[in-house]
Design a protein around this ligand. Structure first.
Ligand code: PAF
Length: 285
């Protein structure tokens, strides 16, 4: 396995792999790898000849009061995990290498970026789309892999790829959960023991919603009211940014459902103490 920190070197290495006829799979990450990332790496290994991952904590996707500085980093541990999974290349650039001194361009995927998390994290998805496009241009992979935990990010990246005619296939991997159901996230490590025990309330609420809908409730406002009671009744939930039902493709909000609608996305973002967590499930209607 080779770790590359320069854009030119990465580009020429990937170009050579392509010329040799290799199919390249790419897993973009911000490091502090967990089973969720590793499951995406395994998908890439299954589908492709060579696998590259990026480890880059992207300042552009953090707001001024967010956790860019304290975001967990451990390149040694990540390198050893990646090596065990058979990753071929780690692209680990510095902020200066990625953005230089005078970066002016941002990519904005309109509408999809201003709802749900975008409403509470202005500029976040422009930061994500911009860095992902830059990484796609540098790595030049055939396929890229994203987790469904960041469902809105996945929809935005797919739209960017379609709108900008990018020559890359986007694959997604299911959410990986702890035994009690908590979705894996690098940010889980911020939680105290008691917060960790209570963080499961997010997944419990998603399941309450699923059960109410399975039981025949089609007024989603009623479902939401019940779920919000559950969330607000938990003393460790400091704030709920949203609990929404959305169309999985357009992310438009759904207030009612009828049989045959297909699937709807139930998604939540809430603060457990000072940690913002997100989770979602797809509900069959
Ligand atoms: O999902 C993430 O870890 C990040 O948003 C990504 C896609 C690596 C871009 O920085």
């Amino acid at each position: 396995m080779e770790t590359i920190d320069k854009i030119d070197k990465c580009r020429s290495t990937m170009q050579k792999l392509r010329e040799q006829g290799n199919k390249i799979g790419f897993v973009p990450t911000m490091g502090f790898l967990h089973e969720g990332h590793l499951s995406l790496i395994r998908m890439a290994k299954r589908d492709c000849d060579k696998v590259a991952i990026s480890i880059f904590v992207n300042p552009m996707q953090f707001g001024p009061d967010e956790d860019f500085k304290k975001y967990p980093r451990d390149i040694k541990r990540d390198t050893s995990l990646a090596e065990k999974e058979g990753v071929d290349y780690i692209f680990n650039p510095s902020v200066k290498e990625m953005y230089g001194q005078d970066h002016k361009t941002t990519v904005e995927v309109k509408e999809l970026s201003s709802v749900m998390c975008g409403k509470y994290r202005p500029g976040h998805f422009a930061g994500v789309a911009t860095v992902v496009l830059k990484l796609f241009n540098i790595i030049n992979a055939h396929k890229a892999y994203f987790g469904e935990k960041d469902y809105q990010q996945l929809v935005i990246i797919k739209k960017m790829v379609a709108d900008l005619n990018l020559d890359i296939e986007i694959e997604s991997g299911p959410i990986v959960r702890e035994e009690d159901g908590l979705a894996l996230s690098s940010r889980n490590r911020y939680l105290s023991r008691e917060e960790r025990e209570n963080a499961i309330v997010l997944y419990r609420c998603l399941n309450i919603a699923r059960d109410m809908i399975a039981g025949g409730e089609n007024d989603l406002e009623i479902v939401k009211k019940r779920v919000m009671e559950e969330l607000k009744g938990n003393e460790f939930v400091r704030k709920v940014d949203y609990f929404d039902f959305r169309d999985p493709l357009t992310l438009q909000e759904k207030k009612r459902i009828k049989k045959g609608d297909g699937e709807i996305l139930a998604a939540v973002a809430a603060w457990i103490g000072s940690t913002r967590l997100i989770d979602n499930i797809m509900i069959k209607v």
